[in-house]
Design a protein around this ligand. Structure first.
Ligand code: R5P
Length: 300
C-alpha cells in the first residue's frame, strides 16, 4: 500500500503512513503559468493499493481539483485499487436544501468523487450520516467519538454533557452514556440570512457549579461554541469545554475564541491546526488507520 497526500494536511497523511507502516508517494506540485494546477507522481504505483488523503479545507475548491488530479494520475500510473480518505469533506454542511434555489452541494461533491476510478471512500464523522447515500462507490464512515470520549474521561470530572442543539442530541447522548454523566441540551437557533446564533434554555437542566462539556461535530464560525459557553456560564457553569471532530475555524473564529468564555476546545487534526492557547488537537491518524487496516485485511 502507498499513501498519496494532497497538500491540505500533509502531517495527517504522514502520521497515517506511519501508523499503517506504508510509504508516502513523492509528488511534485506546481502551477501552469495560467494558474492551473500541475502535478506529477514520482513514485511507481503499478499494481499498488493506493490511499489518496485529502482534507478539503483552506482553498476548498483547489483541494477538490487537486484530489481529482491525484486520483487520475494514480490510476494512469497503474494503481491496482484506489481509495480516497476525506478526513474533512467540504460542502457537507449543505446536506439539504435549506432555502429555495439552493444546490444540494454535498451530493454534487459525492457525485464528482464517485465518478472517478476509485474503489472506496473513507469518511470521518460526517455532519449528516445520510450523506454516505450520495456516494455511488462503497464508503466507510470512521468516528472520532471514542477518541474524544477517552480525552473527556481522562481530563474532566463532575461533568454535564451538553448538546448545543436538538440536531446533535443523539451524538451527545451516546457521549453521556459512555461518561456515565447527565445529559442536557440547549436550543440553538441560527438566522439563515445573517448567520446570527442564539441559545435558548430548555427546562430541567442544572448547570450550577458544573463542568459542562459541549459536544458537536464541527466548529465553523465558532458562534456555537462562543454563544454556548456564554450561555452556560450565565446559567452558573463553572467551566465550559467543547469537544468536536472538525475544527474549521472559519474567518476570525480563532481570534474570537481567545476572548470568549470557553475554557478549552478539543478537536482532531482532520483539518490542519495551527497552535492556539485554547485549542487542544488530538491525532486522528490511529483511529483512521485502524479502520483502514480492518477493512483491507478482510476485503482486498
Ligand atoms: C450544526 O448543525 C453543526 O452541528 C455545528 O453546530 C455547526 O456547524 C457549528 O457552526 P458554527 O461554529 O458556525 O456555529
Amino acid at each position: 500500500m502507498t499513501i498519496i497526500s494532497g497538500q491540505s494536511n500533509p502531517q495527517l497523511a504522514t502520521d497515517l503512513a506511519h501508523e499503517l507502516n506504508v510509504p508516502l508517494a513523492e509528488v511534485e506540485f506546481s502551477r501552469f503559468p495560467n494558474g492551473e494546477q500541475r502535478l506529477r507522481i514520482l513514485t511507481p504505483l503499478a499494481d499498488e493499493y493506493v490511499l489518496v488523503v485529502q482534507s478539503m479545507s483552506g482553498d476548498v475548491d483547489s483541494c477538490l481539483m487537486e484530489l481529482l488530479l491525484l486520483v487520475d494520475a494514480a490510476d494512469r500510473a497503474g494503481a491496482r485499487k484506489i481509495a480516497v480518505v476525506l478526513p474533512w469533506m467540504a460542502y457537507s454542511l449543505q446536506d439539504k436544501i435549506f432555502r429555495n434555489g439552493e444546490p444540494l452541494s454535498a451530493r454534487v461533491l459525492a457525485n464528482v468523487i464517485s465518478n472517478q476510478h476509485i474503489n472506496r471512500v473513507f469518511l470521518f464523522d460526517l455532519h449528516n450520516t445520510s450523506i454516505v447515500g450520495f456516494f455511488s462507490v462503497p464508503t466507510s464512515m470512521i468516528s472520532a467519538q471514542g477518541l474524544l470520549i477517552e480525552y473527556a474521561k481522562q481530563n474532566f470530572s463532575d461533568v454535564v454533557v451538553v448538546s448545543p442543539d436538538f440536531g446533535g442530541l443523539k451524538r451527545a447522548r451516546s457521549f453521556a452514556e459512555a461518561l456515565d454523566a447527565p445529559l442536557a441540551t440547549i436550543d440553538k437557533t441560527r438566522d439563515r440570512d445573517t448567520g446570527e446564533v442564539k441559545m435558548h434554555s430548555v427546562g430541567g437542566a442544572d448547570f450550577e457549579g458544573k463542568t459542562c462539556v459541549l459536544i458537536d461535530d464541527i466548529i465553523s464560525t465558532g458562534s456555537t461554541v462562543m454563544v454556548g459557553a456564554e450561555f452556560l456560564k450565565s446559567m452558573g457553569a463553572k467551566e465550559v469545554h467543547m469537544l468536536a471532530t472538525h475544527g474549521l475555524f472559519a474567518g476570525d473564529a480563532r481570534e474570537k475564541l481567545s476572548t470568549s468564555s470557553i475554557d478549552s476546545v478539543i478537536v482532531t487534526d482532520s483539518i490542519h491546526q495551527a497552535s492556539h492557547p485554547k485549542i487542544m488537537v488530538l491525532s486522528a491518524a490511529p483511529t483512521i488507520a485502524r479502520e483502514i487496516t480492518t477493512l483491507y485485511k478482510t476485503k482486498n
